[in-house]
Write a protein that binds this ligand. Structure first.
Ligand code: SAH
Length: 347
């Protein structure tokens, strides 16, 4: 159950449907996930799902090294903003900073660290972990300082709301949530305004990458997106997960994590329309192998107790294996025009 001080997501959703009729899917997801992330730490074995940085320190380290290399390729500008959207427990950024401090003190000195996070619960965990290094927390990209931006988003965009459009005869319909008695049920309402395309659309994810791309084009830098997703045209990838198990997305809004696969074709289009150069998407397995995940894991294992070494090896396999996260998860990079191919995206 959620925190008693937090409004109950189900009650808020039911009241809004009673007052205004069926609720659009993006509104439903925003209310459900807002309550979900505000009230808990969902990550890890005791939570609802485990993410890449929680399985191995090598993940954040390699992303830190990627940022440094891209920064050097752009002439090592200073000062810069090193930012992460949806940093969870702050694990990825902690691992990246530890490596950066050791291997690239010039990058460390040039950068101020900014976190984009809406959940007070997770902000507190991030502060406990890397608070002394964080120059500021933000609700959105727009308030980041104006400087070259080195931005990471790992399993962030999948948490943003989606809409789902269908053509029924001559009419455009969109998926919505209604009440039947005291149960939440799926329904369809006429789509207003008319959508640009059928299927599942994340207007927020597209607006987010367009804004990141604008900043990168204007000031320099790079945005690196890692997430699970597809190459466009999906109709319904919405899923709810609670306690590491799939559940009905309508059963307990605010109590389960709702996510949808990222449409990488739509992200690439939106970033290009903003004037940026896009690399990828490439399968996460190829990306992490090219960055040296197996080699980094072998080095970490040399100094680790056998049980830890086994965990690190299993995590690396899970991130790379095509049957686990290696293929479904993908990497996409957004760079200013003229920038060379970043590590892991070589043709
Ligand atoms: N990147 C982390 C956490 C993934 S969970 C990891 O891989 O471990 C999703 C993260 O995005 C959480 O930190 C959540 O609070 C945050 N988040 C969700 N919706 C958000 C929004 N609209 N704006 C900013 N952060 C958001």
């Amino acid at each position: 159950m959620g925190d008693r001080d937090q409004p109950n997501a189900r009650a808020v959703i039911a009241a809004e449907i009673a007052a205004h009729g069926p609720m659009r899917l993006d509104r439903f997801r925003a209310l459900a996930n807002g309550a979900y992330y505000a009230t808990r730490d969902p990550l890890g074995r005791a939570g609802d799902f485990i993410t890449a940085p929680e399985t191995t320190q090598a993940y954040g380290e390699l992303i830190g090294a990627w940022m440094v290399e891209v920064w050097r390729a752009q002439g090592a500008p200073a000062p810069i903003v090193l930012a992460e959207a949806g940093p969870g427990r702050g694990t990825l950024m902690a691992d990246a900073l530890r490596l950066i401090d050791r291997l690239a003190p010039d990058f460390a000195a040039a950068s101020s660290v900014h976190l984009i996070e809406t959940s007070p619960t997770l902000r507190a965990l991030q502060a406990a972990r890397i608070g002394s290094r964080v120059a500021g927390w933000h609700e959105r990209l727009a308030t980041l300082p104006e400087a070259p931006l080195f931005l990471i988003a790992s399993e962030f965009l999948d948490a943003l709301p989606v809409r789902q459009f269908r053509r029924r005869g001559g009419a455009w319909m969109e998926r919505a949530v209604a009440m039947e008695g005291d149960r939440l049920v799926w329904t369809e309402i006429p789509a207003e305004p008319l959508p640009g395309r059928p299927g599942e659309v994340s207007e927020e994810a597209e607006a987010w990458i367009a804004e990141a791309a604008h900043q990168v084009v204007r000031f320099g830098g790079a945005a690196l997106v890692l997430d699970y997703g597809h190459g466009g045209g999906a109709e319904d990838t919405l899923q709810a997960v609670q306690g590491h198990r799939p559940v009905d997305p309508l059963a307990a809004p605010g109590e389960a994590d709702l996510s949808a696969q990222v449409d990488f074709a739509a992200l690439a289009r939106a970033a290009r329309a903003a004037g940026a150069v896009v690399y990828g998407p490439v399968p996460q397995g190829d990306f992490l192998r090219a960055l040296g995940l197996p080699e980094r894991t072998a080095i970490l294992c040399r100094h680790a107790p056998p049980a830890t070494a086994r965990q690190l090896q299993a995590a690396a396999r899970r991130l790379i294996d095509p049957d686990a996260m290696g293929l479904l998860f993908k990497a996409l990079a957004v760079l200013p025009p003229g920038a060379s191919a970043p590590p892991g995206f070589a043709p």
